[in-house]
Design a protein around this ligand. Structure first.
Ligand code: NAP
Length: 481
């Protein structure tokens, strides 16, 4: 079944101060499955972006002072609207991002859950009351919203990365300016509209789309009315932004790149590991910061694992994500697809056994799943974030060596460990240098869990109990009672 049309009332302007504003210049949004133009969206200038900052700043005092229950109810209504319209959200994701329908629908549901989780968290922020050890004073701690939050999101999860930031920011009492990625603005604009329908007051949620993300973001971050940055994207851009936020000592939450290892230990159940590998590698066509990027398999299991994994990859049907019959959609753009093709070609010139396991449609930004056996740790495929359906397999014999290779990366977002049981898995997990470890399963993300990385994978945590604190400032009152 194929569902094509965009919603008739989909806004394509900028959302500023409760108004949808049109701009002189427009940016085309391309469907990567056929390279046709889906829509055109506004192209914000620095002036437009600072208008959004002004709107967010004007709306901040009332929103920050609103009872938490009131903010929670807006978020709860947003959850209910999104849940009732998951197919609309999934359609936008599948059309502009290219991912398979099942992944798009899964993302839409995951994205909606951030509204539910943070609607619940909004009224659970605790302060503190205690006596100092010397008893000379009372220590009261309170948390208050930091102010206007600038939120920058990537193209790979156009809905979930937006709600994972908007929901905690709004729950905390911050007002927001959201800037989605150039490739995938439509889902973000729709989410802005959902929040409007849910009753977010004018100026509390602003959405700007721009072709000049560098210039616009630098101006926004230099504006004294902006109090915090929450960024999800590449480590490369994250470092540029950290440099800019350092100039004003702005708090910054950074969800950056990954290079996740997938360890299969000697006692692991191979079928379970293959099923986990399919999810960890192929969810979102491999374009996930959490995607398993390199597979380290004990030598006693490596042939069975490789054959099982290859057979499962071969069974995937590749084609437009909007067609529900397909398991693997298009990459987000020809440019992103070609980056991966280049990596694969470099792997081939390293003498690696690179196998494309299926045919793909000739038009559009498609890439067949690839499996690469006999890879040495340190290859171009283990040292780069591939961000696509290419699975390099490395064999090890000594478990400590497997763990050492898995940790040998500047990234530390997530690791996958398949072991004989949960006890062994947990013992290995404690040795992994990553903010998250999935044990005997292929996916870890959950709105109720703290998502984030160690090393160059980022700073701070999103989701869970920690997520709201990225948007709160702690204040301490010393009191003589
Ligand atoms: P990206 O190139 O870093 O872009 C991310 C966002 O930053 C986009 O909105 C982009 O806008 C904007 N941007 C680009 N250059 C900028 C600049 N100089 N100043 C300010 N903003 C700028 O990343 P991507 O290619 O979209 O996403 C893939 C990366 O994101 C991967 O590395 C992946 O691992 C990471 N990621 C991490 C997580 C996590 O939670 N840790 C989750 C998802 C993705 P334009 O598109 O308009 O240029």
């Amino acid at each position: 079944m194929t569902i094509e049309a965009l919603p008739a009332d989909l806004p394509t302007g900028l959302l500023v101060g409760g108004e949808w504003v049109s701009t002189d210049r427009r940016i085309p949004v391309v469907n990567p499955a056929d390279l046709g133009v889906l829509a055109e969206v506004g192209d914000a200038t620095v002036t437009d972006a600072l208008g959004a900052v002004a709107a967010a700043s004007d709306a901040f005092p009332a929103w920050a002072a609103a009872p938490a229950r009131q903010r929670a109810e807006v978020l709860r209504r947003a959850f209910e609207i999104m849940t009732a319209e998951l197919d609309v959200c999934a359609r936008l994701i599948a059309l502009e991002n290219g991912k398979a329908w099942r992944d798009a629908l899964g993302e839409a549901a995951y994205a909606a859950e951030f509204f539910r989780w943070f609607s619940e968290e909004a009224s659970r922020v605790e302060g503190g009351f205690r006596y100092s050890p010397s008893r000379d004073k009372t220590i009261i701690t309170d948390h208050r919203p930091v102010g206007v939050a600038y939120l920058i999101t990537p193209w790979n999860f156009p809905a979930a990365m937006a709600t994972r930031k908007l929901a905690p920011a709004l729950a905390a009492g911050c007002t927001t300016v959201l800037k989605p990625a150039g490739e995938t603005p439509l889902t973000a604009l729709w989410i802005g509209q959902v929040l409007e329908r849910a009753g977010a007051p004018a100026g509390v949620v602003n959405v700007i789309t721009t072709s000049q993300s560098g210039t616009v973001s630098e101006a926004v971050l230099a504006d004294p009315r902006v109090a915090t940055l929450s960024f999800t994207g590449s480590t490369y851009v994250g470092k540029i932004l950290l440099d800019q936020t350092a100039r004003r000592v702005l708090p910054s939450s950074m969800e950056l790149g990954g290079n996740a290892p997938f360890l299969v230990m000697e006692g692991a159940d191979v079928d379970r590991a293959v099923a986990g590998a399919m999810v960890a590698k192929m969810r979102n066509g491999g374009a996930a910061c959490t995607a398993a990027n390199r597979f380290y398999v004990h030598e006693s299991l490596s042939d069975r694992f490789a054959s099982g994994f290859e057979a499962a990859l071969r069974a995937l049907k590749v084609g437009p994500g909007i067609d529900q019959a397909n398991d693997l959609g298009a990459m987000v753009s020809v440019k992103e697809r070609d980056k991966i093709v280049e990596l694969v070609e470099r792997a081939g010139s390293e003498g690696l056994d690179v196998r494309a396991v299926s045919e793909v449609p000739s038009a559009g930004a498609f890439l067949a799943p690839h499996i690469v056996r006999g890879v040495q740790h340190g290859s171009v495929l283990t040292s780069n974030e591939i961000f696509g359906p290419v699975a390099p397999l490395v064999t090890f014999s000594d478990p400590d060596e497997g763990i050492r290779m898995a940790n040998d990366s500047e990234y530390g977002l997530i690791s996958y460990v398949f072991a004989k049981d949960a006890g062994e898995g947990l013992a290995i997990a404690r040795r992994m240098e990553s903010g998250m470890v999935a044990i005997n399963r292929g996916v870890a993300s959950d709105p109720a869990a703290p998502f984030g990385g160690m090393k160059e994978s980022g700073l701070g945590r999103e989701g869970g109990f920690a997520g709201i604190h990225e948007f709160l400032e702690t204040q301490y009152f010393a009191v003589d009672l």
